[in-house]
Ligand binder design. Structure first.
Ligand code: ATP
Ligand code: MG
Length: 685
């Protein structure tokens, strides 16, 4: 067979040392963007091209199926096919299917892909209410325990001293876990969850010499990417694969450990040079992904880290040519932040940056809603990665069908917001944020939905619940088909290992990043949040925009403060440059009395105080809006709210800058409607 020739000049000297090291243990400990993933891909290609190993004897483990596909693709481009590149779970599933008859004979097994009903039953069995949140949180605990190789008997003891907060007392969790495990052995055979696949593979290799011999004959060379986030269970599998051999290459960055809550730990990575004393150890410093402006910021942020991981600090050295300084922006509220981000994305698109090279990254999935909306309003194609788009999330689907049901009642009060709140209460919309990861995520989505309803009603005060539902449906349907490569919206967790020309890190406020439960849990978890921030910053090649909003809703109380991670990194001047126009009036400019509703604050007076604006201008603007909304095929409130039209009628802006001074008018709207609006208003001057 012709062996492909691998061009090692694509690597720098340090990378080449790792790629060309002889078969045996290799460890690359290096920062973000230094070419770890690239180097292991070349290492695999090199070992194969030199005839040290044949492609089908290599097993490369990556963190996501997407990364595995990417690695296969890159190898393919180098002329190499047949390498197994998989996630731990996918690899284990294949192997178990193959070996099962040898270890379990004819006992049938089936993959249990929905653990929910079994855990629910186990919960009820021990007197725990099987609400969706309880079951999800119990599942989280069971998954963590299994990933950490903790049995039901050990659970209660082992959870002491961790910063986990189980939804019910530990003894109950342990009992649910025990019952869940027992319930998987049924008359018809064995049900195996994803973690069982790993456990069974490890056990088969450890206990059945025939299986181990056959497997180890097949696979000789192992490579693991993102090794800082390996769990004890995955490590056990890896160990079982290896036996007493040592042909293993691992790469990772302890500063990017962001999955501790699932049981992952950077200890195996950090201890690797001690475990394998003959290991080739390579440290990379040159960051080929990002400009020096971005690596400077990344170095500053991670330079403030504390704890074991921080001891591994490496200074990144940006290898790309100089680029723009990262920008920092404070906004009054989330909708404004989202609109401004959409405006900046339009500018980048206008300058020729492809949509697929732009990402908006946030801490929790519930944050996507307001950005999805702003991008859709601006006509920007996007997709949500590593999570469903807002309207496809199970809790939102459930909430919307509940609202549809409620809307059929004839005795409904007038206020759709109040009705929505009441209808969503039984679905998990508690007055304060609940404990438990899943319950929290659900709660956050529901709060985002109520916010959206409030926004709709504010824009159109006579809206009924049926009208609200119609508007929600329109929003859900206005989503672009996911097949088009658009701007990426993703959580920081889902952005791991990826890169874009332009990155917007949004929602950088206390209690979101770091997230509130991390703050409650203490320094350890706050450090993990800092690493998440670092992961976010280091995704950007050239453009990096960081922003936060002081209030959730338009005109709402500015009760938030920007993330502690920005202290000392935000240039003071930038903050002071925050435009004055975003300051909202607190008192009515007609009667001087205090303003209460956000809508009043937008127009700067009480709804029933005389506006002084020419009613005719307002009506003309409304007529113009009706036309514009018909043309664009979007509801009128998406063009401009009544409050904004009123503000326009009163301010009579004469140019684009004055337009921008009107609350509710951002760069996107000016781009789209500015010329038309100025023409309409001009006629009245
Ligand atoms: P992360 O920690 O985020 O996973 P990484 O260390 O795996 O990052 P890669 O994704 O492998 O980094 O590389 C980052 C970028 O730098 C990629 O676009 C890659 O192609 C490029 N790159 C890596 N090494 C070199 C090199 N020697 N010369 C030019 N470009 C390089
Ligand atoms: Mg990588």
């Amino acid at each position: 067979m012709d062996r492909p020739v691998i061009d090692l000049s694509d690597l720098d000297d340090d990378q080449r040392v790792a790629a060309t090291a002889p078969r045996g243990p290799v460890c690359i400990l290096a920062g973000a963007g230094t070419g770890k993933t690239r180097t292991i891909t070349y290492r695999i290609a090199h070992l194969i091209s030199q005839g040290f190993v044949s492609p089908n004897r290599v097993l490369a483990v990556t963190f996501t199926a997407r990364a595995a596909g990417e690695m296969r693709h890159r190898l393919h481009l180098m002329g190499i096919g047949g390498v197994q590149a998989r996630t731990f779970h996918a690899a284990a599933r294949r192997q178990l299917s193959y070996f099962w008859p040898q270890v379990a004979g004819s006992l049938p097994w089936r993959l249990l892909d929905n653990k929910f009903p079994l855990v629910g039953r186990a919960a009820r069995g021990v007197g725990v209410e099987s609400t969706t949140e309880n079951v999800r949180d119990l599942l989280g605990e069971i998954e963590w325990a299994k990933a950490s190789l903790i049995t039901p008997d050990q659970y209660a003891e082992r959870i002491v001293g961790t910063d986990r907060t189980p939804p019910v007392p530990a003894a109950k969790v342990a009992e649910v876990y025990r019952r869940y495990e027992a319930a998987k052995t049924t008359e018809e055979g064995m049900l195996l969850d994803f973690d069982d696949l790993l456990l069974h593979v490890a056990a088969a290799l450890e206990n059945a010499p025939g299986v181990a011999d056959e497997f180890r004959e097949q696979y000789r060379t192992f490579v693991v990417d993102e090794y800082q986030d390996v769990t004890p269970l995955q490590q056990r599998v890896l160990q079982a694969w290896l036996g007493d051999r040592d042909d293993i290459t691992v790469v990772g960055d302890a500063n990017q450990t962001i999955y501790s809550f699932t049981g992952a730990t950077p200890n195996y990575l950090l201890d690797f040079p001690r475990t394998y004393e003959n290991a080739t150890l390579v440290k990379l410093q040159r960051d080929y992904r990002s400009t020096p402006q971005i690596t400077d910021l990344a170095n500053t942020v991670i330079g403030q880290a504390t704890g074991r991981v921080a001891g591994t600090r490496l200074e990144l050295q940006g290898m790309r040519p100089d680029g723009p300084e990262p920008t920092f922006h404070s906004y009054d509220d989330e909708p404004t932040e989202a609109r401004e981000v959409a405006g900046q994305i339009l500018t980048l698109l206008g300058r020729g940056v492809p949509a697929s090279e732009i990402a908006v990254l946030y801490r929790i999935n519930a944050q996507s809603q307001v950005f999805e909306q702003a991008l859709a309003d601006a006509g920007i194609v996007y997709q949500v990665r590593g999570g469903e788009g807002f309207f496809n999330r199970p809790e939102i689907r459930q909430a919307v069908s509940e609202l549809v049901r409620v809307a059929q009642r004839t005795d409904l009060p007038d206020d759709p917001v109040a009705v929505t709140r009441a209808a969503l209460a039984p679905l998990g919309l508690t007055p304060t944020e609940p404990e438990g990861a899943q319950a929290r995520e659900r709660w956050q989505s529901l709060v985002a939905l109520v916010d959206l309803v409030e926004e709709l009603v504010r824009a159109q005060p006579d809206l009924t619940l049926t009208g609200v539902l119609q508007a929600l449906r329109q929003r859900a349907e206005s989503k672009h088909p996911p097949t088009v490569e658009g701007v990426t919206l993703a959580s920081l967790h889902a952005a791991k290992g990826l890169e874009w020309d332009a990155v917007f890190l949004v929602g950088l406020v206390e209690n979101t990043l770091p997230i509130s439960h991390a703050i409650k849990a203490g320094a350890h978890q706050v450090e993990e949040e800092r690493r998440l921030f670092y992961v976010g910053i280091t995704r950007a090649r050239e453009h990096l925009h960081l922003s936060w909003a002081l209030a959730r809703q338009e005109g709402g109380r500015k009760s938030r403060s920007r993330s502690r991670f920005l202290d000392g990194v935000v240039p003071q001047l930038e903050i002071e440059k925050v435009p004055a126009r975003t300051v909202r009036p607190r008192r009515c400019r007609v009667c001087g009395g205090p303003l209460s509703t956000p809508g009043e604050k937008v127009i700067g007076r009480h709804e029933d105080c005389p506006s002084g604006a020419d009613e005719e201008i307002f009506e003309t603007l409304r007529a113009w809006r009706a036309e514009a909304s018909r043309e664009a095929g979007v509801p009128a409130y998406i063009v401009f709210s009544d409050a904004t039209l009123m503000a326009l009628a009163e301010a009579l802006p004469a140019d684009r800058n004055e337009l921008l001074d009107v609350p509710g008018v951002g760069p996107v709207k000016v781009e789209r409607y500015g010329a038309q609006l100025l023409a309409v208003i001009d006629a009245f001057r």
